[in-house]
Design a protein around this ligand. Structure first.
Ligand code: APR
Ligand code: PHB
Length: 415
């Protein structure tokens, strides 16, 4: 019989994405033990290209936990962005509309790299390349996470499992179907995204509404441009040779004021489907779902990573209250507290997506209404204020102090 290495910890965290790693660090700062189990290789997790917009509150949180050295050096603070409607560019002045707030462009893979470094510094366990990860006994007071690593069997006995294993993970399926309610919308288009070796031609993002469909200009560094195009769902990437991508990008993004992205060598390209998804409640027994394991947003509002950060702040507060005072109330509230913010971000992401994309089958009335929506959005200070408030991020539902962190100055003061 195979020998099983048995671990005992307080919280078993499944998944080393932003949610799992950030939770691990928040627990560490509160003296709570955890084991993180990730099924991919370290380099795969770090190199995976994802979104890159951090809300003001996410930046503040990374500051508060002290994982902010890379962010301060390489993060690009943006105090506004552009909406380009049928060739005319309008600036949304995020800072003046929100009393000085901003977003920071910093790749999710950079955030993950920094959090992995921080985890390794704590010397707390983090297993990459874990195989056959299975979550059991979540209804009992002592759930177990089992996995194989380097040919050996492991069993992690814990008080709680944090399901931070993304949309395709094993934690949500460990909950009986009858115990979950699923809310879902799949959009009739996808995003083709590229990274290009080209100096960003704008200091700020440009969200483009064009008759041929949505396009987005973003960046990763002073030498790397990140661009997206609305394409049909399930579009094979082979249908898009580099020249075709550039032709379509330029056609959609070229503005009447002469602005367009710089062209360069394409170093990465992929197609991402778009969906809105929420599974409730976010807790079953002693299993707590956080981040993409519980909810997915279409990337138009750039909310995915930020929602994951907000969830684990609420979860860390609940676990701290439990271990410090035996208070189970905050654990009971976890799902409801998270879902308040999750649904507002869902609404915002759906609205950004619906406003900026062309929908197959729409009629002339739909088109005129959409153009009028965008005209209103770019000409009314009230409409721009609502957009800006949500884009920089609605407030977290719980304070940093309640999760055992020092209160920090707003990020605006630290740059
Ligand atoms: N066992 C262990 N780990 C797993 C398993 C499994 N069976 N299945 C998936 N994982 C890992 C994935 O490899 C990944 O590293 O869980 C991690 C989940 O990370 P993310 O998908 O990044 O999800 P999350 O941490 O919730 O972060 C949300 O990620 O998907 C983006 O746009 C989304 O920005 C948002 C953010
Ligand atoms: C990105 O830079 O990857 C990005 C920016 C804004 C979005 C989505 C993705 O809305």
């Amino acid at each position: 019989m195979a020998v099983v290495t048995t671990h005992r910890t307080q919280v078993a965290i499944v998944g080393a994405g932003p949610a799992g790693l950030l939770l691990g660090h928040l627990l560490h700062l509160n003296g709570i033990d955890s084991v993180i189990v990730e099924n991919r290789a370290r380099d795969y997790v770090i190199d995976r290209v994802r979104a890159g917009v951090l809300e003001q509150g996410t930046v503040d949180l990374l500051n508060a936990i002290g994982v902010d050295a890379g962010l301060r050096r390489r993060g690009l603070r943006h105090e506004g962005f552009y909406v380009s409607v049928l060739g005319s560019r309008h600036r949304i002045d995020l800072s003046s509309l929100t009393g000085g707030k901003a977003i920071t462009v910093y790749g999710q893979n950079e955030v993950v790299r920094d959090l992995i470094d921080a985890r390794i510094e704590t010397a707390r366990p983090l297993y990459f390349n874990a195989e056959q990860v299975a979550v059991t006994a979540v209804d009992s007071p002592s759930p177990v996470v089992r996995f194989r690593h380097d040919g050996a069997e492991h069993a992690v006995h814990c008080d709680f499992v944090a399901g931070c294993d993304g949309f395709h993970g094993v934690c949500r399926p460990a909950i009986p179907d009858a115990a979950l309610t699923i809310y879902e919308r799949v959009y009739p288009f996808a995003w083709l995204g590229i990274l290009a070796e080209a100096e960003p031609s704008s200091d700020e993002l440009v969200y483009t509404y064009h008759e041929r469909g949505f396009a987005l200009f973003s960046m990763r560094s002073p030498t790397v441009t990140r661009l997206y195009l609305q394409v049909p769902p399930d579009e094979p990437i082979e249908r898009w040779p580099d020249e075709a991508i550039w032709a379509e990008m330029l056609e959609r993004m070229r503005a009447r004021d002469g602005w367009q992205p710089n062209v360069g060598r394409i170093i990465q390209k992929s197609v991402t489907p778009m969906r809105s998804f929420v599974a409730t409640p976010m807790r079953h027994g002693n299993l707590f779902l956080a981040g993409d394991a519980a909810h997915i947003v279409p990337p138009t509002g750039a909310k995915g990573l930020n929602l994951a950060a907000a969830d684990v702040l609420v979860l860390a507060r609940a676990m701290k209250a439990y271990y410090e005072r035996g208070d189970t109330g905050k654990l009971s509230e976890y799902s409801d507290v998270c879902l308040r913010r999750v649904w507002k971000a869902q609404r915002f992401s759906w609205w950004m997506t619906s406003t900026l994309h062309r929908f197959p089958g729409e009629n002339a009335f739909d088109y005129q209404r959409q153009v009028a929506d965008l005209d209103y959005l770019t000409s009314s200070r009230a409409a721009m204020t609502s957009l800006a408030e949500q884009y920089v991020g609605l407030p977290f539902e719980v304070s940093f102090e309640s999760a055992g962190l020092p209160a920090v100055e707003q990020e605006a003061a630290t740059h």
